[in-house]
Every structure is written in C-alpha cells, then in structure tokens.
Write a protein that binds this ligand. Sequence first.
Ligand code: GRF
Length: 215
Amino acid sequence: MLTVAVLISGTGSNLRALLDAADDPAYPARIVVVGADRDADGLEHAEAFGIPSFTVPYAAYPSREAWGAELDAQLRVWNPDLIVLSGLMRLLPPAVVHAWAPRIVNTHPAYLPDFPGAHAVRDALAAGAQQTGASVIVVDDGVDSGPILAQERVPVLPGDDEHTLHERIKPVERRLLIDVVRRVATGELDLAAASAPAGTTPDVPVRPAASTTHP
Ligand code: GRF
C-alpha cells in the first residue's frame, strides 16, 4: 500500500477527490497526512476523513528555507512513499525537493510547458488561448518544469472567466491525479525512471508498495 502525504493551500477540492478515491479499499494508496502552509479551508477534508494534518505557516518563518526545513521535519514523521502537492501555492526550497525527489508530484491547471506558475488559468485567458489543460508532473527545482506524468487538454470557451475555466480544469486534474497516484502505487509508473535524464538508468527506485509504520 503506497502511503501519501498531500500538501495544500486552498479549498482542497483535489485533495477531497483523492481522499474519496483512497476510501475505496481497492485503491492501492492511502493518504496518511495532510499538510498546509496556512490555515487552509481544505484541512477540513482531512478532519472529515479522520486523517491527521499539520500546518507550517509560511508567514511564521524568516525564510523559505526555514519554512521548508520545518515542513520537511513534519513530513519525516510520517515518512510517506509519495508527496502530492495539490494546490500548495509555495515553491518548495531545493533542499526539500532533493530530500524527497523523485517522490514529489504536483498537479497544475495548464497543459505544461504552457502557462507555468501561480496564475496558470489567468495567464491562459490573458494569452487568448483556445485551449489549456491540466498536468501532473514530478517536482524538480524549477517552476512547474519537472517531467510530465499525465496531461490532458481542456477547451477555453467563449465568455470564460478565471473561475469558470478553473472549474472546468479541476475535474480533469482530479482524474489525472487519482490515476497517477494509482499507477505509482501499482508500480505501473516509475517516478525514478520518469525523472531520469534520457539514456540513463535511475539508481533510486521508488517503492511501489512499501509498508510503513506510522505514529
Ligand atoms: C488546483 O487547480 C491546483 O492545480 C492549483 O490550485 C488548485 C487547487 O484547488 N494550483 P483545490 O484547493 O484543490 O480546490
């Protein structure tokens, strides 16, 4: 059974979908903890499912690195096989990325590499794009620049605003995310192989079905 930590900043609708999926005994992953960088509304979903949560308030730390060190310490308590960034609106410091790579994935509301960054939906509208999309990627040191694990196009419709377009994208994100986590859990998707530069063999296997003891 793959153990998963989910990090959020917002309403956590993607988290909720993952919790619903993982509630099915046939789903091969379990969410063991939910973390947030603020008092996020989405933490209520963890509570509803009886899943532990923690908050590491970004504003309470003197630097991104200091915040990241505490986030890392909290994650190590649970030692998840996989970390899912599901609307975490912060860049992880490199030390955290390197500590967990390639076991951090991120869901993004655009068809990467188009429209990376925090305002992907707004940027797609501003660019007059006729389609955008959703992507799930492995997190690397860049901004939404890691290897793409899954993605799908979503049309931009006449009259769309940021809200309507984002609400059309989110169900696609959810479906892709649930499927990526499932494929990592079954070993169908090897994050180390997906992250390895072309022509090399990864030497850090991702544990597809590790058993982990949690506090
Ligand atoms: C998602 O579109 C995610 O990709 C992003 O913010 C949104 C999070 O929504 N960057 P929610 O908190 O899961 O409702």
